[in-house]
Design a binder for this molecule. Structure first.
Ligand SMILES: Nc1nc2c(ncn2[C@@H]2O[C@H](COP(=O)(O)OP(=O)(O)O)[C@@H](O)[C@H]2O)c(=O)[nH]1
Ligand SMILES: [Mg+2]
Length: 282
């Protein structure tokens, strides 16, 4: 999907300040948008005066034609692309770089897990509507890799955005909270979308039962390990129990994503119904 071919399409791109490790902000680029409008929008999101725009490989771009969905753009207020620094961080051209989407309904701990992994902090309160992309360079099995984590906003108002969070990603982290059966059931919608979007692609899923630090209760909302594992098996996903609060297993989950992507072992999923035709709602 790019703006040259999709006549009425919009695409979503992640814009970063022109510096290593900058947090990404998502903007929607509508087909037919003026180039200057895009720069103004990106500049506003980043709080800078946007003069130049670069692709992640350092190529400068000056029009919308080459922009594709999920592109990572670096916006500068004048200086050249931060090439030397980016190469050191492993996101230069040809370096290993993956994009992982963290999915699940609101309140399960997507932001808490993402921030625990990226900054090693626990956040009590995080704006539930914030949707950000973070980048971190990690060493997995003695090999450096740049990982982009998309922390999505799972509220019902954002249902129409879900396909965009899932298209062209390398792996998904499906998150539910161990204290909410409903949050486990909600993952079914993401799995169905996955089947529709990735009928021809292997995209590994890691299933995360979060909030493990909370005491299992007799409350009928509590999700047992067995229940979680059964659903994970149905999705062809590996199952991990995590706590963003204590940090338990958080790094492991994201590193395991990288291993799964590298191995390309995930089973190909087929659309559940041959009569279903998928339509991206923007
Ligand atoms: N005890 C505990 N609380 C958590 C954990 N993860 C998230 N939370 C809390 O659950 C609430 C929702 O988390 P948040 O990351 O905003 O959920 P999101 O809507 O999925 O991004 C916040 O108050 C977090 O502090 C965890 O592992 N343990
Ligand atoms: Mg959140």
């Amino acid at each position: 999907m790019n703006l040259a071919t999709g006549s009425t399409m919009s695409v979503r791109v992640v814009v970063h300040k022109n510096e290593p490790g900058a947090i990404g902000k998502i903007i929607v680029v509508k087909n037919g948008m003026e180039w200057n409008k895009l720069k103004a929008l990106a500049g506003k999101k980043l709080g800078i005066r946007a003069k130049r725009v670069f692709q992640a490989n350092g190529a400068e771009i000056e029009n919308l034609v080459s922009i594709q969905n999920n592109d990572q753009l670096y916006v500068s207020d004048g200086p050249n692309f931060f090439k030397e620094a980016s190469n050191r961080r492993g996101i230069g051209k040809g370096e290993e770089s993956y994009c992982i989407s963290v999915l699940g309904t609101g309140g399960v701990g997507k932001s808490a897990l993402t921030l625990r992994f990226i900054r090693d902090i626990f956040v009590e309160e995080w704006d539930p509507t914030i949707e950000d992309a973070y980048r971190k360079t990690v060493e997995v099995d003695s090999q450096m890799c740049s990982v982009e984590i998309l922390d999505t906003a799972g509220q019902d108002d954002f249902l129409s955005l879900r396909p965009q969070w899932m298209i062209d990603k390398d792996a998904y982290v499906f998150v539910y909270s161990m204290c909410s059966k409903n949050s486990l059931h909600e993952l079914e919608h993401f799995f169905e979308l996955h089947q529709q979007i990735n009928a021809e692609r292997n995209v590994p899923i890691i299933m995360v039962a979060n909030k493990k630090d909370l005491k299992p209760s007799k409350n009928k909302e509590w999700v047992s390990t067995e229940e979680g594992k059964n659903v994970a098996e149905k999705y062809g996903a590996q199952y991990y129990e995590t706590s963003a609060y204590s940090g338990e297993n958080v790094e492991l989950v994201f590193k395991q994503c990288v291993r799964d992507i590298r191995r390309g072992k995930a089973p190909v999923t087929k659309p559940s119904s041959p009569f279903f035709s998928f339509c991206v709602v923007l």
